[in-house]
Design a protein around this ligand. Structure first.
Ligand code: DGJ
Length: 390
């Protein structure tokens, strides 16, 4: 080929390449401008203000009153489910448009760290402590290479909602403390010892009568799926799946929210609840959970109580309509009170994609009420005016 022809082909390629780059740049800009949301679109890709799919799974929201800002903390997920980055945080003032603030709690490179790359960091929840003026993050922690057997709850602290949180430690809660609703005779194993074979009538009896509580009494109770909740009087509670995921535990936290007081209760013994989320309406406390099917969806459950430590009564599956038996292919993570509106609660849930976790979707739906019970109905698009019209 002549030199001239080669030069001509090279110029053409350069022009083509430059024009492709320019047009994709324009597209990106246009996308960002067009993606100014004014509604929720459950299950669709939800982009942050830079145009990237929001990466905050199993999340929870903290609202900062003084600035009118919501902070959404959630698990950064890659293709797999272990922690490669840590806990992300996004901010928003309207709940539709989210700015990525960065990594709130980063995994640590140090192999000896409990939050080393490849550990499991799930369901982060952040609360603010008025007395210490600290932001407190609790999350479900599993140690690297141990599957889900560590069953610990992790603690991290920060001076601001977004500045990197400092990892403090992890707990097996309530070591050496019996629950409030526990009979004296349950402190000893069943006659002939606690059964090893699962699902037999004897095993069910032993479970009800605290077999796993006494097994883990010294080391501390298992803590997997979790949330934290601050009551009106400022007392904070840590709510988690325990006893091999068979029973929920609700534990009071110390005044600084950094430790467990040792006051705790077993809730829905043998009920296999995961993904707990709590809210309060007119003096009653409501809890929404899922059943226990790994990443697969199942029918949600709801409960009501007169106090956090009170007796929780089952109200049934709050999801109604088509796909209610799968909670619209999602699993609860948090119930968000929308600010400035009375009794406006948003059910936040994850539609997991275990084959490609980064593509997990967010299902946010308004909570409605029927006969005093919370109800969730599918909506492919909705906005906050829903709470004014209903
Ligand atoms: C269900 C839990 O709700 C998730 O957070 C996660 O722990 C998966 N199980 C793991 O299988």
């Amino acid at each position: 080929m002549e030199k001239q022809n080669i030069l001509y082909i090279l110029i053409c390629f350069t022009l083509l390449f430059t024009s492709c780059k320019l047009s994709s740049g324009q597209e990106k800009k246009q996308t960002e401008e067009n993606k100014k949301y004014s509604a929720f679109h459950p299950g669709e890709i939800w982009r942050d203000m830079e145009g990237a799919h929001i990466n905050a799974h199993g999340g929870g929201i903290y609202y900062e009153d003084s600035t009118g800002t919501y902070y959404w903390y959630g698990e950064h997920k890659g293709k797999g489910s272990t922690a490669q980055v840590g806990i992300n945080v996004y901010s928003s003032t309207d709940l539709y448009n989210w700015k990525k603030e960065g990594v709130a709690l980063a995994v640590e490179k140090n192999h000896d760290s409990e939050i080393t790359t490849g550990s499991v960091m799930e369901r982060p929840k952040v609360i603010y402590n008025e007395k210490t003026e600290k932001y407190i993050m609790w999350f479900h922690l599993e140690l690297k290479g141990q599957g889900y057997s560590a069953a610990r709850t992790g603690l991290a602290v920060s001076d601001t909602p977004t500045s990197p949180f400092k990892y403090i430690r992890s707990y097996r809660p309530n070591a050496g403390e019996w629950p409030l609703n526990y009979k004296e005779e349950w402190k000893e194993s069943l006659d002939g010892g606690d059964p090893e074979e699962w699902w037999t009538p004897k095993w069910h009896k032993a479970l009800n009568e605290g077999m796993f509580v006494r097994r883990d009494f010294q080391e501390g109770q298992m803590a997997r799926d979790m949330t934290v909740y601050v009551d009106k009087d400022g007392t904070a509670y840590h709510i988690h799946s325990s006893e091999e995921n068979q029973t929920l535990h609700i534990s009071e936290l110390t005044d600084d929210y950094l430790n467990f007081t040792g006051k705790w209760k077993r809730v829905q013994v043998g009920g296999q609840n995961e993904a707990p989320a709590i809210f309060e309406k007119e003096g009653k406390y409501y809890m929404i959970t899922s059943g226990l099917t790994g990443w697969d969806p199942n029918p949600a459950r709801s409960f009501v109580a007169d106090s956090i430590m009170g007796k929780w009564t089952a109200l049934g599956n709050p999801a109604k309509g088509e796909d209610a038996d799968k909670t619209f292919y999602s699993q609860s993570t948090f119930i968000l009170p929308a600010q400035g509106k009375e009794d406006a609660f948003i059910f936040m849930a994850d539609r997991w994609n275990p084959d490609n976790h980064i593509d997990g979707r967010y299902i946010w739906l308004p909570i409605e009420w029927e006969n005093g019970k919370p109800v969730i109905r599918w909506k492919s698009e909705w906005d906050l005016s829903f709470f004014e019209d209903n």
